[in-house]
Design a protein around this ligand. Structure first.
Ligand code: MN
Length: 254
């Protein structure tokens, strides 16, 4: 079992009544329907806070890509207008871990460390993207520790934008080849998830990444609520929000 991480803490202000969790939208110019669904949702959600738990973007090669007019700038606009009336938290996923504070600041959104504990309504909710708990994927875990290293990131971000985009395309191709080869993606490790919950003194873990929306009982007292990915082009479309109120968690299909 790997070492336990440090758990960031977020205390919900007493005025919050409704909190939304979304993840794995994998926004990209090639899928305008999903972007539109997200834009509509962000424009009308009644939530006091929207927590984006990773992989909002299919790929992110540096904040400079959002400086010019284009898809990333349109996404920034959506974040910014939502952030004017609700709190917006951004937790990086395995696709968009290079989103920087500069970009988030410009959108009025707050960077959320992975993992983090949200204190709301007298309870502690443990939030993570989920990739760090997929322990059986040893190949990916090696890649993850490489790309989450600040020195690697600094070196990567210093490359010209075209080079970074080419590297991202190559990585994406590898991942698609792997999917096509039919190899199984490992799921979150149950005992590691339980160890995290115990260390965080929380009962419910909320995560995405696996694209396997479900609620799992963990041991005698823990729960794991898995977020859905988004795909407006799927039949039926997948556009699901996990909404937290004092009544608990509820799945809302848009
Ligand atoms: Mn992911």
């Amino acid at each position: 079992m790997p070492d336990l991480p440090r758990f960031a803490e977020v205390e919900a202000p007493a005025t919050w009544r409704t909190i939304d969790f979304i993840s794995d939208l994998h926004l990209q110019p090639a899928e305008p329907g999903t972007f539109e669904a997200w834009r509509r949702y962000m424009g009308k959600t009644p939530a006091d806070a929207v927590f984006i738990l990773g992989d909002l973007f299919e790929v992110w090669v540096g904040d400079d890509a959002a400086a010019a007019p284009g898809f990333a700038a349109e996404c920034a606009q959506v974040l910014h207008s939502t952030a004017r009336r609700a709190a917006v938290y951004f937790m990086p996923g395995n696709r968009d871990f290079l989103v920087g504070r500069g970009f988030l600041d410009s959108c009025g959104t707050t960077l959320l460390a992975d993992p983090a504990v949200l204190q709301f309504d007298g309870r502690r909710w443990l939030l993570t993207h989920g990739d760090a708990l997929c322990l059986a994927d040893s190949e990916y875990m090696g890649f993850r520790s490489q790309v989450r290293n600040p020195a690697w990131q600094q070196e990567f971000l210093a490359k010209p934008l075209e080079n970074r985009q080419a590297i991202a395309r190559a990585l994406r191709q590898q991942s698609q080849d792997r999917k096509r080869s039919g190899s199984d993606y490992p799921d979150v490790d149950g005992s590691a998830a339980l160890a995290w919950l115990d260390a965080a003194r929380a009962q419910t873990l909320v995560h995405g990444h696996t694209h396997r929306p479900a609620d799992h009982l963990l041991g005698a007292r823990g729960w794991r609520a898995v977020l859905s990915d988004w795909d407006a082009g799927a039949e039926p479309p997948r556009q699901q929000v996990l909404r937290l109120t004092s009544a608990g968690l509820q799945r809302i299909d848009l």
